[in-house]
Design a protein. Structure first.
Length: 297
């Protein structure tokens, strides 16, 4: 069983379900409200654990009820939380509106995640023990860069999800082995609206890129290789929240287990397709037998 370390955020998702998301200045009536443990870091950790890896989480929760529930959810999913800090103050929250087409809009308030701006004793050793390190951008960039540096120093594969999209320092990109933006993030990073063009531009800074394309699947590009497009299973989406994190968590498992890239992308796409058919982020993430069955079909 491979070991994946995640350095990233934990949030409580405050999710409102509506027929149509409100426009600016508009008030609409929702039909349901849920609190669901999430955060891009925790989501990727849970996705990887359910996909079959041993997973450890580095990050922070607050000393509030949300923090208690976030830690318990990670542990219930099989994620090691020994280096998940508890800090004074509120946990991070994500305020999410989901419409009847499965689309979503999100406002994130960092809370405890904002305190994760450096590595603490034990973090470096845990990263050194991993087969891969997963990073995102919902904690301060200084900690993301410190994690990437540590992984590079120990020869550990680093997979970075550049979300929320923002300009990235060259040093972080140089320490990233695989960059996994969605098509909107790829456009933000490069200014190019065509995913293939954006991926090509990103190869000036990293050696491998996977651009996720939603229902269209994923696009892989690497220096010196032809681009590879892998379609996604065609399903009816209920809630796309967390689908990208499900994809990345499953992709990390597939790659650390030695699957070829085409097979790994298809396997991760099967996991994401399962997740969008269920409400919530972490609550929607499939277990390994489900992924294997979807992949086989």
């Amino acid at each position: 069983m491979t070991h994946i370390v995640v350095l990233g955020s934990t949030n409580m998702d405050l999710v409102t379900y509506v027929e149509k998301a409100p426009q600016r200045g508009e008030t609409v009536t929702g039909r349901e409200f849920r609190t669901i443990p999430g955060g891009k870091g925790a989501n990727q950790a849970i996705a990887a654990a359910r996909a079959g890896a041993t997973v450890s989480m580095i990050g922070a929760v607050g000393d509030d009820a949300f923090g208690t529930r976030l830690r318990a959810t990670l542990e219930h999913s099989g994620v090691d939380t020994d280096l998940l800090r508890t800090v004074e103050g509120p946990s991070g929250t994500a305020h999410i509106v989901v419409d009847d087409k499965g689309g979503n809009s999100i406002v994130v308030i960092p809370g405890a995640n904002g305190t994760v701006d450096h590595l603490v004793p034990g973090d470096d050793g845990l990263i050194a023990s991993a087969d891969a390190l997963l990073l995102q951008l919902e904690i301060p960039l200084a900690a993301v860069l410190a994690g990437a540096r540590a992984a590079r120093a120990h020869g550990i594969r680093t997979i970075l999800t550049p979300a929320p999209a923002q300009p990235l320092p060259p040093e972080l990109l140089a320490a990233t082995d695989l960059l996994v933006p969605n098509e909107h993030e790829a456009t933000t990073l490069t200014g190019r609206t065509d995913p293939a063009d954006a991926a090509t531009a990103l190869l000036d800074q990293v050696t491998e890129v996977v651009v996720t394309l939603g229902s269209a699947g994923s696009l892989y590009a690497a220096r010196g290789a032809d681009p590879l497009v892998v379609p996604a299973p065609q399903v009816t989406a209920v809630d796309s929240t967390g689908a990208g994190d499900t994809f990345v968590g499953a992709l990390a498992v597939a790659l650390t287990e030695g699957r070829p890239m085409r097979s790994a992308l298809a396997w991760a796409g099967a996991a994401a397709a399962l997740s969008v058919q269920r409400p919530g982020a972490s609550a929607s993430m499939p277990c390994r037998p489900e992924i294997e069955a979807q992949f086989a079909s």
